[in-house]
Ligand binder design. Structure first.
Ligand SMILES: Cc1cc2nc3c(=O)[nH]c(=O)nc-3n(C[C@H](O)[C@H](O)[C@H](O)COP(=O)(O)O)c2cc1C
Length: 259
């Protein structure tokens, strides 16, 4: 198999990092490749904050549901959907003024702008993930970064039209010989659809996630004395969890704030 394909197909999230520092050249490669990610109109509606201070990493680790690995990760990047910089540019450069004189009135940023900049930021992040892997580093997304919007926004000095898109922690693996087997995924016929959406219900979902459910049952990890289903597992562990409540509260706040 081609090296790139092999790398993509065997990638796994990494949550345990060695103390090895990331060399300057490696970091530079990671940045260069990230910047080559596709971006809407070549406008790069995103910014990336590198969390350098240990104190800040420690704080984020607590705010992200006490995930200690954030404190231990040598490299922590927060991807911002950033339309603010373009609004500033339009205003600062006189483009708005000149538009006004031509009868084109200023348009405030809307949710379409937010959606586009979110796409830009996430595409950049996934480009980082693949590049990191190619450079011998590992990475893990941290979804909980959007859990405490009210605390994290001021902590990072975010402005009205900058929103956290996602966060990555990266570093060299603690265990150099980690066993990289592809993670369990749904068979392709349950994900790829032809021409229109075909709404999955019980039959399709049970079949699609069968391997994951079987694995958890073997490990005795399903609820109701291991007699429950994968639906029970995720319903209790994720869907009705405190962190999902917080994420939804945060997302509502940052959408309202943007508008
Ligand atoms: C949006 C998103 C958020 C995630 N958040 C976390 C997280 O907070 N903590 C964590 O340990 N892993 C997190 N992950 C990693 C997933 O758990 C991981 O990708 C999934 O279990 C599949 O495993 P793999 O990446 O090794 O294939 C996140 C992944 C994504 C895409």
């Amino acid at each position: 198999m081609n090296d790139t394909l092999e790398l993509i197909r065997n990638r796994r999230s990494l949550r345990s990092f060695s103390d090895r520092e990331i060399e300057k050249d490696t970091l530079e490669e990671l940045k260069k490749a990230t910047l080559q990610a596709p971006t809407a109109g070549a406008m790069m509606f995103y910014s990336i904050i590198e969390v350098k201070e240990q104190r800040l990493k420690d704080k984020l680790a607590i705010l992200c549901d006490n995930q200690e690995m954030i404190s231990q990760a040598p490299l922590v990047w927060i991807y911002l959907a950033d339309s603010q910089k373009w609004e500033n540019y339009y205003k600062d450069s006189g483009a708005v003024e000149r538009g006004n004189q031509k009868g084109i009135s200023f348009r405030s940023l809307g949710l379409g702008d937010m959606h586009l900049s979110m796409q830009d930021a996430i595409i950049a992040a996934q480009t980082t993930v693949i590049t990191a892997e190619a450079l011998g580093l590992g990475s893990c997304y941290i979804g909980d970064i959007i859990e405490n919007n009210d605390i994290v926004r001021p902590l990072l000095n975010l402005k009205k039209h900058t929103v956290i898109s996602c966060m990555l922690i990266m570093g060299y693996p603690k265990n150099e010989k980690r066993n990289l087997k592809p993670g369990v995924r749904c068979p392709e016929e349950y994900i790829f659809m032809e021409n229109e959406y075909k709404e999955p219900h019980l039959k399709e979902m049970s079949l699609a996630y069968k391997e994951l459910e079987d694995n958890l049952r073997k490990q005795n990890r399903l609820p109701y004395d291991n007699k429950g289903t994968l639906a029970d597992y995720y319903y209790l562990k994720k869907h009705t969890s405190e962190f999902m409540k917080n994420m939804n509260k945060s997302a509502e706040e940052f959408i309202l704030n943007w508008k």
